[in-house]
Write a protein that binds this ligand. Structure first.
Ligand SMILES: N[C@@H](CCC(=O)N[C@@H](CS)C(=O)NCC(=O)O)C(=O)O
Length: 227
């Protein structure tokens, strides 16, 4: 990493639709801003539990608002978000523990490219095509689509059940909690040795200001405003 590059860490969990937006934006800006983007797969359930927070979707009016909000955001960010038929089942009953252990296993053995691709495929399943992300067959499908070989997928499925990978996911989640996380996306920008912590996919303008960069909308490569 060139010394002038600012380190930007994205703490994420594929159970979070807002985090998918932040993930895609940061992937787009990675080559526009002078940053090194570091993926930090973590477990939102743990963050919620330890911080004493409650998922926003459990308040019925907030849930309704979020459904509308996500539809608008999908268009604005150009990310194919589409809520599952039963978001409560997908988010709270099935959850993302297995999926995030799988991503953690990939992160332990592979580089950013693989982690990015596998994470995106899992997000597509839960937040676009309404598919399971808990079963080994589901993780296998996501892994293969992300370009992993069948033997790599097999290895990561086994690793995901191992204590070191479980501990790693917990330690990254603890790291987010040390930054006082209460939800995701949690984006930590290291500016002059100091961590600047942002929550949400709606803080990019402020974040850009803090790191001395320019926010030009969610699609930096494309012309702005539809007139
Ligand atoms: N305003 C934020 C909302 C992000 C959000 O609601 N994230 C959820 C997970 S999908 C969360 O962590 N919520 C915690 C809370 O609302 O306190 C955004 O636009 O990104």
């Amino acid at each position: 990493m060139s010394s002038s590059k600012k380190l930007v860490e994205l703490f994420y969990d594929v159970v979070s639709p807002y985090t998918w937006l932040a993930f895609e934006v940061l992937c787009r800006y990675r080559n526009v801003w002078n940053i090194e983007l570091k993926f930090k797969p973590a477990y939102l359930g743990g963050v919620m539990h330890v911080s004493g927070n409650r998922p926003p979707g459990v308040v019925p009016n907030k849930f309704l608002y979020m459904t509308t909000d996500l539809t608008r955001l999908s268009d604005y960010f150009d990310v194919p978000l589409s809520p599952p038929a039963n978001p409560f089942e997908a988010m709270f009953e099935k959850g993302s523990l297995n999926a995030m252990r799988f991503v953690t296993a990939v992160a332990e053995k592979e580089g950013d490219v693989e982690v990015e691709r596998v994470s995106r495929e899992l997000w597509k399943r839960i937040w676009s095509t309404d598919q399971d992300i808990t079963q080994p067959a589901s993780l296998t499908e996501a892994g293969l689509k992300a370009g992993l070989s069948a033997s790599q997928v097999e290895e990561f499925l086994t690793l995901a059940k191992s204590q070191p990978v479980k501990d790693k996911l917990k330690s990254v989640t603890d790291e987010a909690l040390k930054h006082k996380a209460f939800g995701f996306p949690l984006i930590v920008c290291h500016v002059n040795g100091k961590p600047e912590v942002f929550w949400g996919s709606d803080r990019f303008e402020l974040m850009a200001h803090c790191i001395g960069e320019k926010w030009v909308g969610p699609q930096p490569g494309k012309p702005t405003a539809k007139m």
